[in-house]
Every structure is written in C-alpha cells, then in structure tokens.
Ligand binder design. Structure first.
Ligand code: HEM
Length: 400
C-alpha cells in the first residue's frame, strides 16, 4: 500500500484543506505548518496561508493592508457585499457602533432562559431513545431557534430558515458542479432577500421590540438605514449566526464523546463548562480560515506577498501556536486566560460572540445534566465538512 502523503506536503508547503482526514482532525497538520512553513500555500489556487499567531494577529489588526472587501457573490448568492463583514473600516466601524449595542452581553443573557427551554424540549424528544444524530437533532435546530427569537420571527419558520442557510452553504447539487451550485445559491439568495424585504415592510407598518424593528428605526449619522443596508446586514446575520454555532457544538461534542476522561471532569465540575467552551473553541476552531485581499505588497518572514493576492489566515493553527499558548497541543479545561482567535480579532471581531458563548454554555450544561455519559455509536464514521467544520453526521448513544 502507498504511504499516505503528509498534509501539508513537507516539500512544497501545500495544505490540502479539503482532505477529509484534515477536516476531521486538523491539529497535527496545524502543528506541522507552525513548525515548518511560516507562509504555506492552500491547495486552492496555491494562495498563501499564514498560520502563526503573531502573523495572523498582525493581519487582523491591519485591515488597511489585509482587506475584507472581495467579491464573494458566486459563493454566497449575494447582490452586494454583506455588512459589516465585507467592508473595511472606517465605513465598517460606523455600522459596528449601532450593531454592537444590540449584541451586548446583557442583551444576549436575556435570551438565555428561552434558549435553555428550547434545549430541554429538544432533549426531551430523544433522551428515552438512548441515541440521536447530534447534528440534525440538536446542533442545527438550537442556534436556528435562537436566531428566530433574536430576530423576532415565529418558531414555525425553523424549517424554512434551515433550508435557506443550507441552500447557500451546502447547495443540494453535485459538489463538483460549480454552475449548478452558483445557480442554486443565487436563487436561494433571492428568496432570502424577498423574505427580509417583506419583514422590513411589516416592521415599518407595525413596529415591535425586535432586531428588525431596531434596524428600521436606528439612525446612523442622523440618517435611517436604507432598505439595502438592512438587507445586507440581515443576510449576514442569517449566514454568520447559524452554521458557526452548529459547527462549534458538533466539534465540541465529538471531542467530549471521544475523550471520556475529559467529559467526566465537566460532569463532576459543571462550573468548568464556561472555560471548557473557550478551550474547545481554541482547540477545534470550527471557523478555521479567514480570507483577505492584499491592498499592498507585504513581506512575511522572507516571503513577499503581492498586492491583490488572496491571503488565508488560518486562525485554527494560530490557536495552537506554542509561542502564544503554553502546552498548546494539550486540551486543558482549567487553562488560564485563553486569548484564542476563534472569533477573529481587530475591527471584524465576531459581533455575535456573546450570543454564541451563551448558546454554547447553555447547550452543554443542559445536555450534560440530562445525558452525562455518551459515546459515538460503535462502527459509525462521523462526517465533517470542509470550510466551516460542521459534524454533518455524529451519531451518539447512551443508556436510556
Ligand atoms: C461559535 C460561533 C461563532 C464563531 C466561531 C464565529 C466566528 C466569527 C469570526 C472568526 C468572525 C471574523 C470574520 C472575519 O474577520 O472575516 C466573525 C464575524 C462575525 N460574526 Fe461570528 N461567529 C460565531 C457566532 C456568531 C453569531 C451567533 C452571530 C450572530 C449573528 C455572528 C455574527 C457575526 C458577524 C455579523 C460578523 C462580522 C463582524 C464584522 O465584520 O464586523 N457570529 N465571526
């Protein structure tokens, strides 16, 4: 049998980001990148990859050099750039001022009782069965319900919203057929715009206390937001707020299922859960790679990167950099001050981090109260998606 090629390739520094073994378990490849290739290359177009914590932080803190303004319409089905993620400061900073207010920690904590109730109801649905498919039965519906509550939408829209975000992130067509995928995304994108256009109209006619009413009434420099601006913000909320939490829940639970001694620590000391959430975000970093476009030539180490180049910031690897994290390859739920970059950093740092943390903490607490002892079903092979590392198939079993 041929020996399996190393990823990244030790000679060329090319990282195969769609290799299933890598997406399921990227940490060894991160460690090799950090040790051997300050500037590696991605298999896609051989675009450069930065992986050191120091380099990634430099890029995230210099949006005037590492720009977020790039054309992603084909991949996201959008009409225009999403706000604020696909625009640079200073324009981006103006939007963050009005959005940060609505995503503050106290506001997100106010959603917690409702989310816990939902988590308990979902668990009620399968706890007696002694098994579930974690992704479709828990990790997908829970953040979607939180999103509906946040936006002020009825819970009956759950299936529609799951369908819409899947239509953009994983269109149900042959994965190699880029034309069919683009067509599907553009059609889904138009459905998303149409849905939010109607919602804007409804809230203007009949305001209430929800996110969409806020967006239709808030002023930016003395002017209300235009319909286009509200649509470009809402579209991003839908894409940014659902898959990310789903993927983090799945990766965290897959880790805990495969590492019973670590899981037992959380069951014995549930007060460790908030720190475990941070440590698992560091270790798993489900949103592992952030793209940027260079506005000028930059030299990293002895490699010159050219203006206009697409650069990949591998935050998953930065989170395992031993120069920043002592004993970085060890998962330690009692680690002190975990300054991970799983939510990004600088101007574009995740707007939804307080919401995400609340969802993850509440979900892990509710789950372990009811189902403390579980494992991955014998013989099952969990499936992890490339890109945002969602556990697409994670069958768990426990004694009912
Ligand atoms: C565990 C869950 C989450 C993870 C790991 C995550 C990760 C990230 C990362 C890495 C960025 C930076 C992107 C960049 O620099 O290009 C980001 C930005 C963003 N996230 Fe999250 N996110 C999560 C949950 C959420 C939630 C629940 C929302 C709610 C709507 C959200 C909304 C956003 C928005 C709007 C931005 C863009 C911020 C800007 O560009 O100013 N995220 N997120």
């Amino acid at each position: 049998m041929e020996p399996k090629e190393q990823n990244p390739c030790p000679h060329t520094g090319v990282l195969n980001i769609i290799d299933p073994e890598y997406t399921a378990n990227p940490q060894p490849a991160y460690a090799r990148l950090l040790a051997e290739h300050r500037v590696a290359k991605s298999i896609a177009m051989h675009s450069p990859i930065l992986s050191r914590y120091e380099d990634v932080m430099y890029a995230l803190r210099h949006p005037e050099i590492f720009s977020s303004e790039m054309d992603m319409k084909v991949l996201l089905g959008t009409r225009r750039p999403m706000i604020p993620q696909q625009i640079d400061p200073p324009r981006q900073t103006r939007y963050r001022k009005i959005l940060d207010l609505r995503f503050s920690r106290p506001r997100m904590q106010a959603l917690e009782p409702d989310l816990r109730r939902h988590a308990q109801e979902v668990i009620d649905g399968f706890v007696e069965r002694g098994e579930c498919e974690f992704d479709s039965e828990f990790a997908v519906p829970l953040p979607c319900r939180a999103f509906l509550t946040l936006m002020g939408l009825p819970q009956e829209e759950l299936d529609l919203f799951i369908e819409l975000k899947n239509g953009i992130i994983r269109p149900p067509v042959d994965p190699m057929d880029m034309i069919a995928a683009t067509e599907f995304r553009m059609k889904t994108g138009e459905r998303i715009y149409a849905y939010f256009e109607k919602m804007i109209e409804d809230r203007r006619a009949k305001p209430c206390d929800d996110m969409m009413t806020y967006l239709t009434t808030v002023e930016l420099d003395g002017q209300p937001l235009s319909d286009e601006e509200i649509l470009d913000i809402s579209y991003l909320f839908l894409l940014g707020g659902l898959d990310t939490v789903t993927a983090t829940l799945g990766c965290s639970m897959a880790y805990l299922a495969a590492n019973p001694e670590q899981r037992r620590k959380l069951v014995a000391k549930p007060e460790l859960i908030p720190n475990a959430v941070e440590e698992l975000l560091r270790w798993e970093t489900p949103v592992s790679l952030l793209p940027r476009v260079l506005k000028q030539n930059v030299t990293i180490g002895d490699v010159e990167l050219r203006e206009g180049a697409l650069v990949n910031l591998l935050i998953g690897a930065a989170n395992l950099d031993p120069a920043e994290f002592p004993d970085a390859m060890h998962v330690d739920f009692e680690r002190e001050s975990i300054r991970h970059v799983a939510f990004g950093a600088g101007a574009h740092r995740c707007l939804g981090s307080h919401l995400a943390r609340m969802e993850l903490r509440a979900a892990l607490e509710e789950w372990h109260k009811r189902i403390p002892d579980y494992a991955i079903k014998a013989g099952a092979v969990p499936k992890v998606s490339p890109g945002i590392r969602e556990q697409l198939y994670l069958p768990l079993v426990w004694s009912a």
